[in-house]
Design a protein around this ligand. Sequence first.
Ligand code: UD1
Length: 362
Amino acid sequence: MKTVVHVVGARPNYMKIAPLIEALRPVAGIRQVLVNTGQHYDEAMARGFIRDLQLPVPDRDLEVGSGSHAVQTAHVMMRFEAVCLEERPDLIVVVGDVNSTMAAALVGAKLLIPVAHVEAGLRSGDRTMPEEINRIVTDRLADILLTPSRDGNENLLREGVPAERIHLVGNIMIDTLRRHLPAASLDRLRGRVQVSDRQYAVLTLHRPSNVDRPETFRGILDAVGAIARDMPVVFPVHPRTRARIAEMGLADAVRPLTLTDALGYIDFLSLSSHARLILTDSGGLQEESTALGIPCLTLRETTERPITVTDGTNRVVGTEPSSILAGYRAALTDGGARRMPELWDGRTSERIRDVLRTALFG
Ligand code: UD1
């Protein structure tokens, strides 16, 4: 019997691990252990996702909570090391680019346990993003690198990763999206958000570079406020962002928007899949917009997901109000170019299962 330990910890992890656990379940000879680091802990950020995505109840909760990057990373490492010493995994699976991803990969590498990284190879080229550091370190240490798109393979090869470690498998988030799309409907949100199909925009913001700087945050809100004169803008607010709005006195700037608390997976998919336009600084939402064929404006200077621009519906418009509004006008007229990226077909978890089965059993 081989033991596979899956690590999740923050909101964007759960939808990447759920289809893989399901795909591995029927494989004989594998015992799966789910470890939840607790980097995110609010109901809407963690347990709500676990329920929505029908993930098993985590076998281990590390309860690390919030903290500086060093503190959070260290806590995951200390507690995850203890789990590994008890569980003796044959393989550790980490996903995405959050602090928990990098911390678990470091533990695995030091204990000489093979590490598989789902969503390997993405690069923004911007080391001021903590996620970029997490991506570089995790990919440097991982033994099996599972990439969502060809640019990931190219980045890894350029960094000297041996080709035999790299597997182009496609985007596992799209497996989850396709599975839950039939349940996504605006009716689910009735009583909470009142909008009509394709007649509103959705905004999400949580990057420190956007919401921790008052001038940047206010500029974005001014531009989005102008868009809100054309169509309602619904803004599910991340806990970090809610705190900044209060601290920076931005209540007036968000008044033209329709604010909600952070939403669960299916509620958010209900909102995003019926929108006319998405404005975001999230990585995952750039991909989901492309899969849904909905125009997306990315409120950042760079993206680690260029395939969403070349093949999908994404425009990287930065954070200057004038460029946000120029991108908005362009998105309304062309609706966004679209070609589904290669292997974003809902079968990525099956391809990963096959790679992992070979790695474990030969
Ligand atoms: C983290 C990830 C980011 C991801 C994002 C999705 C890193 C470096 N960042 O950023 O890549 O896009 O998750 O949400 O791993 N908080 C709560 N409740 C929670 C979680 C957070 O109130 O359940 C508040 C706390 O005040 C905390 C702050 O949000 O200090 C930031 O949380 P943290 O996990 O450090 O980073 P995120 O901004 O969520």
